[in-house]
Design a protein around this ligand. Structure first.
Ligand code: HSE
Length: 307
């Protein structure tokens, strides 16, 4: 087999209380990617969209991830990756992670699954770092593993795939760009012990709620005392979006990754649609362009397409 095509999904990182550790993959949108073997030990990027992303492999998240993978082999060939992005860069739903994870999963298939999923997460994280300026795996892990993941440690890498109940996800994307690197600069350098205790209690409770299918516990745990208070100022109408979504019946939610997208989890698709209407009602009264969709947690992650 000399080429592999994949669909690589968007993802929601942090999941409110789990900054840099929790994340889940979304059923839509997905990027389309094809990776093929080329003779030279290098990585070639072919962009098939209008986002004008870098084509120098070391400056491109898919390219950097593949270079990292190539460094771990003694092969003399390289990879060409053709990318059609449907996940807008800077949207907060893991656009860079989709490129990085999709590239390494496809390349690994070409290498007869030489690398483990954990190794793929490490390569993808090297790509993700190009975009966000920091090493975090909370978007790439759910893309590679599928479903809902907890990154217990990045060094050494340790990813736990969590059980989860079916849930519907409403995502609103106001059409402004928030760069993850910028959104990380405004984060507090220190947190109080009181906030830390509240935060890690919520992470534990959320994981337990997911495991048990206890929607009320999931709802109570979706609180963030550390990141949301500073980042919400980057997102127009954040408080209103959140309050009205909860009134419409959402279990909870907040900033998706580093924003500007906001996500809400709901138990049923009917509620998720109500949440969508509530969100639309708020942004329609502003001059902000936006799009909203209802989707689900994607248990599979990067999907390898039949050739
Ligand atoms: N955990 C990362 C952050 C996710 O919040 O900066 C970026 O998508």
């Amino acid at each position: 087999m000399s080429e592999i095509s994949v669909l690589s999904p968007a993802s929601v990182a942090n999941v409110v209380c789990g900054f840099d550790c929790l994340g889940f993959a979304l059923s839509a949108p997905c990027d389309e990617m094809t990776v093929r073997i080329i003779e030279k030990k290098t990585v070639r990027i072919v962009n098939r969209d209008d986002f004008n992303l870098p084509t120098k492999p070391e400056k491109n998240v898919a390219g950097a991830a593949l270079l990292s993978m190539l460094r771990a082999t003694d092969e003399n060939f390289g990879f060409e990756v053709e990318i059609t992005k449907h996940i807008k860069p800077g949207s907060g739903i893991g656009s860079s992670a989709a490129s990085a994870a999709g590239a390494v999963v496809a390349a690994n298939e070409l290498l007869d699954e030489r690398f483990s999923k954990l190794e793929l997460v490490k390569f993808a994280m090297d790509g993700e770092q190009v975009a966000s300026g920091a090493r975090h795996a909370d978007n790439v892990a759910p893309c590679v593993f599928g479903g809902f993941t907890l990154v217990r440690s990045i060094n050494p890498i340790d990813v736990i795939r969590l059980d989860f109940q079916p849930m519907f996800v409403t995502v609103v994307h106001p059409q402004i760009e928030v760069k993850t690197s910028e959104a990380r600069k405004i984060l507090p350098k220190q947190v109080s012990l009181t906030d830390a205790v509240r935060q890690w209690s919520n992470v534990g409770a959320l994981v337990s709620g997911l495991q048990k299918g206890d929607y009320e516990l999931i709802s109570r745990s979706l609180e963030d005392f550390i990141v949301e208070p500073v980042r919400k100022n980057l997102i127009p109408k954040f408080d209103e979006i959140k309050n009205e979504s909860l009134r419409a019946g959402a279990l909870g939610g907040g900033i998706s990754g580093s924003g500007p997208s906001v996500f809400m989890l709901s138990e049923t698709s009917v509620t998720a649609q109500k949440v969508k209407n509530a969100m639309r009602g708020i942004y329609s009264k502003t001059a902000i362009d936006f799009n909203i969709y209802v989707t689900e947690i994607n248990a599979e992650g990067v999907k390898i397409l039949d050739s």
